[in-house]
Every structure is written in C-alpha cells, then in structure tokens.
Write a protein that binds this ligand. Structure first.
Ligand SMILES: N[C@@H](Cc1ccc(O)cc1)C(=O)O
Length: 514
C-alpha cells in the first residue's frame, strides 16, 4: 500500500495504464489540491450558479432532459431534478460490471470532470475520490446504454451511489451503499442542480471497458508472437519467413515489429535439418501480417481512448472564460465504438490464427512427424489415448464464437428517446462484444499454448530438436509452460490446466518482449 504509485487527477492527463493500475488496485488516486485546479473547478460551478440566477433558464437544470427540454421545471423543484435523473435511469439489466471495471468507470468519469467544463463542484470530485480511496465500487449493470446520450443508465448507478443509494461492492461483498457509508462515516453527496447530468451524460462506461480491452489485446499480440515462434519450432518451419530484409520490403511498423519478435526468438533455435517444406502455411508464414495489423493499430487506438478519457464528454459544456454555456453532443461515443468494433475484429483474427496454427500441429498430414493429436502415449498404450483431440475441437468452438461476435455494433444505431436521440453510437455494446471476443480468444490461445508446449516436448523426445538451441527468453517461456502443463500422455481432463493458464494471461504473468 505504502509504495503504490499515486495518480493525481487534475494535473496531467491520465493514461490507459493509470486507469488500469487504479482499477486493479495497483495504484492510489487523489484529486489535485493545487489551488489553481481548485479555482478552476469552483469557477465552473460558480459560473453555472450565476447564469441560473441571471437568466433563470438552463438546460437540464430548469428544463426536463433530452426531448423533454421544452418542459420548464419550477424553481422549487429544481433541486429535486438531479435525483430524478439518477432514479428514472435505474433500469439497467444484464450482468454487473466487475468491481475492477466499476472502479475504472469511476476513475474515467473523474478524469473527464477534472477538465472543469462540466460545472461540477469540488465536493462531487472529492466524493468520487472517496469511492476510489476506500475501494467502494458501485454495482453497475452492463446493459441499457445506447452509448450516445452517454452511458446514462449504467452511470446512473454511479450517481446513485454518490448520493447514498443502491448497492456497492465493498470488501468482496455486495452491500447497500447506505450501510457502507454509515460504517465508514461517509456523508452522501447532495447534488447541485447540474451534477447528475454531469456524472451520467458521458462515455465513461464504454471507455473504461476500452481500457481493459486495450490492455488485453496488447498482451495477446505479444503472446501470439511467442506462440508463432513455438509453432514454427514445433513444425520445423522455415525461419526465413521472418527475415529483416523481407520485412523492410513492406515496412508497416507494427508488422515489422512482430516479425522482429519472432525472428529474434528463433535465433539459434532453428533446426539444421533440411526444410521439409520451403514455404510454411499462411498461419505461420503470414503471422506477422495478421498480428501486425493489430500491432499497427494499437497506437491509434491508444490515442483515441486516451483522448476520450481526458475529455469533457458531457452536455452542456461550460466555457467559463467566455461566459458561455455550449449545447452539444460530446456524450456521443462514436470514437470508442469504432475502436471497440475494430479491435474485436483484429482480436478475433488472432483466435483464428492460433486455431489454424494448432490445427497444423495436431494433424499428422501437416505436422512433419509429430504424433497424431500430439499424444505422448506410445506402443500398446497409443490406441486408446487421444491426446489433444478434444482440446482442438474446443479451440475451434471458441474461435467460431469469437468470429461470430465480430459483427459491428455501431452500424446498428436506433432512433430512441422520442427521436431526440435519433442517431446513437452503440459504443457500449461494441465494448462489451470486444471483451467477450477477448475472453474467447484467450481461451483459444491457452488451448494452443498447451499444444505448443506438448509439441516442443515431443520434438525433444524424438531427438528432432534440443532444448539448448532455444534463446534464453524462449527457453524460459517453455520452462514456465512445462511447470504449469503436464506432459500429455495418458488421457486426463485438462480443464484445470486451461483455467490456470487463463489466470496467468489475466495477470500478464509472462513478461514478453519488454
Ligand atoms: N443526453 C441528453 C440528456 C438526456 C438525459 C437523460 C435522458 O433520459 C435523456 C437525455 C442531452 O444532453 O441532450
């Protein structure tokens, strides 16, 4: 706890890594207490109060919300309006976000509000800070957002928790916010007139999901590079496919980076036997061209996700300096929607890649002398043992489901809310799909990982290849796999091994190309 990095909101832009570390409990947070920052925030809140006093009319403060903006709200009811916004949006369904995802949502919303263009008070910022400090995670159902009036419904669960309503995850349990506040002596926030809108009218839920998706995809690109190495070794493939000059001829930087990873991995680990095939199948030969597309897009995706995190994605936006209230549509999650739709497509291609690599390894028609289904059983035990047959079928199923989930969400805009929201982003659905595709792809990857590990063991046993030919990095990786994965000899259920490997992926257990 003492040595955890501290992320200060309100001073410098926050990164994907900052939000991820906070969400995973690997960093602490604080809101800046720099007087200049406090003045900026207070100036916004004061400015809004001033406009209200002067004109008596402000969208979402003295009017209904969205299409109901033509309806005036009498002065004596103005203070109740934000509570109503949070309450009537309490219609979320589906699974709940994990506590980690919920923390990321709170952190992302906090980052956005620090721009000082949403007119919220320091009290609200401090209340969000308290949630992070005490690890109080609002229970947020993940369905019910069209991703363009912001994530109104899921974010209403954050607003509700700030004012002491609904439920939270606290110390591993789901509890009522009220109880937890009482226990910790936290006072519920009294929302100022625009504050529910400022919390809810934004893209924090899809953006928080995008943070996780980005991290997982980046790690999968590394893992798939390493597994391409193991596949090439397992098949006694041709290392020339990753040649430096070859890749300088078509110099997409991400693609070249993947080729470099595999090339350096293979250095010294190459069979001296004559090549059994001049050109390997595409799932090996073109692996840099598959993984490389993702690698090339990651910097663009990062830039978009981090711009969104550090933006005022709210409405209305206040321009204190010029004393204007600007009505717009910054809650529209089109950028995150596109990133998530694109990322899920690139990730599903990794599932397909490893599925094909595994298919080559298990099949005696393609694997250049390895046993059928990579079974380690020999002699009279061979006929009843089936090796990785079922696992390969599983990998096919996970891959098929990942590919099926790549349908873009953003093209399914629906006109809603009495045609006020007549074009919406569906970015939150895209983000949910992307996380599901990642989950399925990680499953396909652990299946293939098991196959690669087994293939290398079999090559050593057959005397086709010796361990000391591997580079240190690859040898350490293989050793670490061998510590987790039993040699597949007599048929045994492998489910627990797969789960262990999935867990390793989610903790980014192996350091890869860092
Ligand atoms: N996002 C809308 C506000 C809104 C809020 C709640 C709703 O239910 C509908 C619309 C806007 O800023 O224009």
């Amino acid at each position: 706890m003492l040595h955890m990095p501290v992320i200060t909101f309100g001073e410098t832009p926050v990164s994907i890594e900052d939000i991820h570390a906070l969400a995973m409990g690997r960093a602490q947070s604080q809101v800046s207490d720099d007087p200049a920052f406090i003045n900026k925030i207070s100036a916004g809140a004061d400015f809004l109060s001033g406009v209200l006093e002067k004109t008596g009319v402000l969208y979402g403060i003295t009017t209904g919300y969205g299409d109901s903006c033509t309806r005036g709200v009498p002065e004596e009811l103005v203070h109740e309006l934000p509570i109503h916004l949070s309450r009537f949006h309490g219609v979320g369904l589906g699974k709940n976000l994990s506590p980690e995802q919920s923390r990321a949502v709170v952190a992302v919303r906090l980052a956005s509000l620090t721009k000082g263009m949403s007119g919220v008070s320091m009290d609200l910022m401090r209340q969000l800070e308290l949630l992070l400090e005490h690890d109080i995670a609002p229970v947020i159902p993940e369905e019910g957002s069209v991703g363009a009036s912001g994530d109104l419904t899921p974010l209403s669960y954050v607003a509700a928790v700030l004012i002491g309503e609904r439920d939270v995850f606290y110390k591993g349990e789901r509890r009522s916010t009220k109880d937890v506040y009482e226990e910790l002596n936290i006072k519920p926030l009294v929302m100022r007139p625009k504050e529910a809108l400022a919390i809810m009218n934004g893209t924090a839920v899809m953006t928080a999901m995008a943070v996780f998706a980005f991290q997982r995809a980046d790690y999968l690109a590394r893992l798939c590079s390493r597994l391409t190495t193991l596949t090439s070794i397992g098949l006694l493939g041709n290392p020339e496919h990753f040649d430096e000059v070859l890749f300088s001829a078509k110099p997409h930087p991400g693609q070249a980076e993947i080729a470099k990873r595999v090339r350096e991995d293979l250095d010294g680990g190459v069979s001296e036997e004559p090549l059994h095939r001049l050109q390997d199948r595409y799932s090996v030969r073109c692996a840099p061209h598959v993984i490389g597309v993702l690698q090339d897009m990651l910097p663009t995706f990062r830039q978009i996700i981090e711009t969104e995190i550090n933006s005022a994605n709210d409405n209305p936006i206040i321009d204190v300096e010029n004393e204007r209230v600007l009505h717009g549509g910054h809650f529209y999650g089109g950028h995150i929607g596109f990133v998530m739709d694109s990322l899920k497509n690139l990730v599903a291609n990794l599932a397909d890649l490893v599925d094909r690599q595994m298919a080559s390894l298990v099949d005696v028609k393609f694997n250049n002398g390895l046993p059928s289904n990579l079974s380690g059983a020999e002699g009279e035990r061979a006929p009843i043992n089936h090796g990785l047959k079922a696992l390969q079928i599983g990998v096919s199923a996970w891959t098929a489901e990942a590919l099926k989930n790549t349908m873009p969400a953003s093209v399914f805009s629906r006109s809603t809310e009495c045609h006020n929201q007549d074009k919406v982003s569906m970015g939150t659905i895209a983000a949910r799909d992307c996380l599901r595709v990642l989950e399925l792809t990680e499953q396909a990857v652990v299946g293939h990982m098991l196959a690669c590990c087994q293939a290398l063991r079999l090559r050593v046993r057959q005397g086709d290849f010796s361990f000391d030919k591997l580079t240190n990095e690859v040898a350490d990786f293989q050793k670490s796999l061998e510590a987790d994965i039993p040699f597949v000899n007599e048929d045994e259920p492998l489910e627990d091994v797969l789960k262990l490997l999935l867990n390793r992926i989610s903790n980014q257990h192996w350091s890869l190309y860092e």
